[in-house]
Design a protein around this ligand. Structure first.
Ligand code: GLP
Length: 632
């Protein structure tokens, strides 16, 4: 089944694609061929469809094929996997509505061919209706092709951990992690339904062909477990292993935990590039819990790395080489140390000062990922500009906007100046009881301004001068919603114009490798395109791009090209800086253990990186912020 020895641990055929778009183009072509073939025979095609951000690109490509290449869906019948229980079709987050907005409204499929489980069925009738759903699939001839995404719990459809291999269409209770992942869509976890109706694992396995899609690093772990682990109830996607025609299509980020990608030396002879050697040695240090300089030949031998020793050993030499490489990533001078020998420094010494641009997808990202480094860059005399790409207004709870609107109203004290605030106040009042009703443009503006204020408070505390801030409010965000963002030429032009004006020597950015429809990744794609438009310029040739990460996914040791240590005082300041983003704090006091708040997560991530370096045998710091050089 698998095509190379490096895939020997993979129990499901897994294709790694250059990008989600490339994968979806390929799959859409296959789907189109199936539809046309059946149409030529006068037969129907039965598709099982999924929701979530993952399949959106596939649907866009199918729409394009319909519009531009005449693909007709008249002979297509669809069955959707699942629906939230308790949501009407009209609810903005219902899967029925999602499917219409993302696909059905744009193609010529007859409305009668669409099947989505009904979320409004009274509890007492659920069983019978689920049974009828299954019957209908059977009567249609079964699912020819089932498209799947995967949740971070390893769920397919809404088959949460605990769902058996034989489970059928039924009502399920949603997992806490699943509800947290949906919290943004519903503007708060409390609004996320607790139950859903989903096809069962058994229903899915009855499909003739199954294709599971996964993009972004957040899916990497669960993809690897489903593909390489034993089939278990605790990870329902692993049951796909038993199917005769199943395939995973993933992008590079989602493949990153597969053995062939992460530890290629464990599945065959590896080509020991310097990067792979560093990855292997830092991994080995973690495995045997010894600092790099204390690794012995037998440790290498016992972990499938004997050939690395033969090529580049003995251990003593290799250890010193890797130790030095990691040592050289550490610098207190993120913008380069003026007048110093920079042969082994991550950033060049001159020019000094540098023009530095820090891109933040949403206000606070820059502080979460690199608040300490940002302060340092300013202190070390660089000309820093912080660019807020989106306003972040979608993430502001109504309660915060009410406080702000009331303040303006009271302050204006009945004068004409009160009119805009009154409008917002009325709009928010009208929304009451329906927290997911969309905000008016005025309300979004107010919410965006609120985040601007927080961003400024954070900048002040970080020591960044007021003149350094730029708020772009990119249109893709202002006109979009979660899971459906799509950048356009206006976004790219805005960033390209700013780059042309600032002509930076150094750029800090984030979002690469994330879920491609998330805000971070969309912002990164905009930056990538804007940079490409300047490819031939002198400043671009002299500009280095450094990637930072927000605390949800830190760098692994081997990925780090620059590590900026923070002292205890610098870490304390970073925490305070993040704390300024008041609207982003939990709306309810956290109960139980766990790092609920952003500042806690930022602190923990920076401390963890310091621990990682300490465990490798490098100096012991309080905290570290880390960066990877981007050569795209
Ligand atoms: C929801 C859906 C799943 C989907 C999952 C992942 O739970 N019920 O069908 O696969 O989300 O969502 P996303 O594609 O947005 O990552």
């Amino acid at each position: 089944m698998n095509t190379s020895e490096t895939q020997q641990r993979e129990r499901i055929r897994t294709e790694i694609h250059a990008s989600a778009d490339a994968a979806c183009r390929g799959l859409a072509t296959e789907v189109a061929a199936l539809i046309r073939e059946r149409a030529a025979q006068g037969r129907m095609v039965v598709l099982g469809l999924a929701t979530g951000s993952t399949p959106v690109r596939l649907y866009r490509e199918l729409i394009r094929l319909h519009r531009e290449e005449g693909l007709s869906f008249k002979n297509v019948v669809t069955f959707n996997l699942d629906e939230y229980h308790g949501l009407t079709r009209e609810h903005p987050e219902s899967y029925w509505r999602f499917m219409h907005e993302q696909l059905f409204d744009h193609i010529d499929m007859p409305a009668g061919n669409i099947n989505v489980p009904d979320g409004t069925v009274p509890r007492a009738e659920v069983f019978a209706r689920c049974f009828a759903y299954e019957e209908k699939i059977r009567a249609a001839g079964g699912l020819d092709l089932q498209i799947l995404g995967i949740g971070r719990t390893g769920h397919i459809g809404f088959n949460e951990p605990g769902s058996g291999r034989d489970s059928r269409t039924r009502l399920v209770t949603l997992d806490a992690l699943t509800r947290r992942d949906a919290a943004r869509d519903f503007l708060g976890e409390a609004n996320v339904p607790r139950h859903a109706i989903t096809m069962g694992v058994g229903t899915i396995l009855d499909a003739h062909q199954i294709v599971l899609l996964a993009w972004g690093e957040a899916k990497a772990r669960v993809v690897a477990q489903a593909v390489e682990g034993d089939p278990v109830d605790s990870l329902p996607a692993s049951f796909l292993q038993g199917h005769r025609d199943v395939r995973f299509m993933v992008d590079a980020a989602a493949s990153s935990e597969l053995t062939r990608v992460k530890h290629p030396w464990l599945v065959g002879p590896a080509e020991w590039t310097p990067a792979l050697a560093r990855r292997a040695v830092t991994w080995l240090s973690g495995e045997v819990k010894r600092p790099v300089l204390k690794l012995l030949d037998e440790h290498y031998g016992e972990h499938g790395m004997a050939d690395l020793l033969t090529e580049q050993g003995p251990a003593y030499n290799l250890n010193i080489r890797i130790f030095n490489e990691v040592q050289h990533t550490i610098t207190g001078w993120p913008g380069g140390k003026p007048n110093a020998d920079d042969t082994y420094r991550p950033e060049r010494a001159s020019p000094h000062p540098k023009r530095v641009v820090v891109f933040s997808p949403e206000p606070s990202d820059e502080m979460l990922g690199m608040g300490g480094t940002l302060s340092r860059l300013v202190e070390q005399g660089h000309i820093v500009t912080v660019v807020y790409l989106t306003s972040g207004n979608l993430a502001v709870p109504d309660e915060e906007a009410v406080i702000a609107a009331d303040l303006v109203l009271d302050f204006a004290n009945g004068s004409a100046d009160a009119a805009p605030a009154k409008k917002v106040r009325d709009a928010l009042a009208a929304k009451q009881g329906d927290p997911r009703a969309s905000d008016t443009p005025d309300t979004r503006r107010l919410k965006g301004l609120l985040r601007r204020g927080e961003a400024r408070a954070a900048l002040r505390l970080a020591g960044v001068p007021a003149a350094a801030e730029r708020f772009l409010d990119l249109p893709f965000y202002e006109n979009g919603r979660y899971r459906q963002f799509r950048a356009g030429p206006a976004d790219i032009t805005a960033v390209a114009a700013l780059l042309d004006e600032l002509k930076p020597h150094q750029i800090f950015a984030t979002g690469e490798g994330q879920d491609p429809s998330g805000i971070g990744a969309v912002c990164f794609e905009v930056l990538r395109a804007a940079l490409a438009s300047h490819a031939a310029t002198a400043w671009r040739a002299d500009c280095r791009v450094w990637l930072y990460r927000t605390p949800d996914k830190s760098w692994a040791a081997h990925e780090i090209d620059m590590a900026v240590p923070l002292s205890p005082a610098q870490l304390a300041r970073k925490v305070q800086v993040v704390y300024q983003h008041k609207s982003q704090r939990s709306q309810t006091p956290a109960s139980g253990s766990g790092l609920h708040e952003a500042w806690q997560q930022a602190e923990a991530a920076a401390r963890d990186l310091a621990d990682t370096y300490d465990a490798l045998g490098l100096a012991e710091y309080e905290a570290i912020e880390a960066f990877c050089r981007w050569n795209g």
